[in-house]
Design a protein around this ligand. Structure first.
Ligand code: ATP
Ligand code: MG
Length: 355
């Protein structure tokens, strides 16, 4: 049997360069390989509500935005099932039963959750839904028999949690038959791409932190954002030696620049190593490096923007596609939900032959 792939994003804003390098790029490669049984991409609106309970409009309006970002970036709804999490109500049932297999202290030890609690100021007012989202995310993954999950590095602890739930479920209810496949995370081998830093130099580009370059940003916005990006605070004069580690302009070049870009836009250098060496020695100004980065990003973003314009003429069709796909995903999830209930021993209709 071939792989079943599932991944997703929270509709808390438009998708950004971090999403592209951390997850979208890999998804598109996998989609085009056609080497899978099923491929689901979930717009995680229920999960988005766990820290946006009072921001319904934000979450609701971003569902279509994320769908458009997917299609613009190259996800093909003919090959991939893009669905809306809250429209697959079976997922919540999985969560209810999985919650009994996970302790609160285990959730509190999850390093991503720890960071996110701090970032959201949830230390003294932690919503139960938020601390529980790794369990709900395990449901999203396990409900479809997922084997591969292409994600950014911050999601590795979530995958670990899902794997623990599979083991715990098998041990508690189903020692003979394996209801759930053991999912595996697919992350970039390159540490930088697992977690692209933000424009402000913070460790992660993130919608919530407001430090992102979005796939839908126009040319002027991209220029302004790159020009304001964090570099090396000690590189004041052009002649000063500069640091490339922690300098986000170089991080973005690491992620997006290829040798041919030099020939095309900056022929004084052969490759990124030469550019970095010059910056470190001194004599190379930030503006020159930033201008080069802007050209590379423009080349990357222009076709995405064009496809986005096209999508804006087909909003109703995109909604229709999402609704139909959510229905299909719901039917798929139902199959495993029944099996799960059989294994737990709570499929009462079956027990009483009332079918
Ligand atoms: P939020 O701030 O609302 O949590 P986010 O920007 O973190 O939003 P998510 O929707 O939580 O985005 O993440 C979706 C996917 O994109 C996940 O697989 C995540 O690992 C990946 N991802 C998000 N930001 C980055 C980043 N800066 N670098 C690499 N991957 C990323
Ligand atoms: Mg996130």
């Amino acid at each position: 049997m071939k792989d079943i792939i599932l991944t997703g994003d929270r509709p808390t804003g438009n998708l950004h360069l971090g999403h592209y390098v951390g997850s979208l790029k890999k998804r598109i490669e996998m989609q085009n390989s056609l080497d899978y049984d099923k491929f689901y991409v979930m717009i995680a609106d229920t999960q988005a509500l766990t820290d946006n309970a009072d921001k319904i409009d934000k979450v609701k309006n971003n569902i279509i935005q994320v769908a458009i970002d997917y299609i613009s970036a190259g996800i093909d709804p003919k090959k991939v099932n893009i669905f809306i999490q809250s429209m697959v109500s079976e997922l919540h049932e999985f969560t209810t039963y999985f919650m009994n297999l996970v302790t609160l202290s285990r959730l509190q030890r999850n390093p991503t959750i720890k960071e996110e609690i701090k970032a959201r100021g949830f230390e003294t007012s932690l919503p139960i839904g938020f601390i529980n989202y790794p369990v709900s995310q395990a449901s999203d993954i396990l409900a479809f028999g997922t084997t591969l999950v292409p994600v950014g590095g911050d999601q590795l602890p979530m995958l670990e949690q899902a794997r623990e739930i599979v083991n715990s479920f098998n041990y508690t209810y189903s020692p003979q038959e394996e209801i759930f496949a053991m999912p595996k995370a697919i992350v970039s081998e390159n540490k930088l791409l697992q977690r692209l830093p933000g424009l402000d130099g913070k460790i992660k580009m993130s919608k919530s932190a407001g430090n992102a370059i979005y796939l839908c940003d126009d040319e002027k916005t991209v220029r302004e954002k790159v020009m304001s990006a964090y570099t090396d605070p000690n590189h004041i004069k052009v002649s000063d030696p500069g640091q490339v580690e922690g300098n986000v302009v170089f991080s973005y070049l690491d992620a997006f620049c290829e040798d041919y870009h030099f020939e095309k836009y900056l022929p004084d250098y052969k490759n990124l190593d030469e550019l970095k060496a010059h910056y470190k020695r001194g004599g190379l100004g930030d503006v020159k490096v930033k201008t080069f980065l802007i050209k590379i990003l423009e080349e990357f973003l222009t076709p995405i923007r064009e496809r986005r314009k096209e999508c804006l003429n087909h909003i109703d069709d995109i909604y229709q596609m999402l609704f139909e796909n959510s229905h299909k995903a719901s039917l798929d999830a139902k199959v495993r939900l029944e099996k799960m209930k059989d294994a737990i021993g709570i499929n009462y209709k079956k027990l009483l032959s009332l079918k």
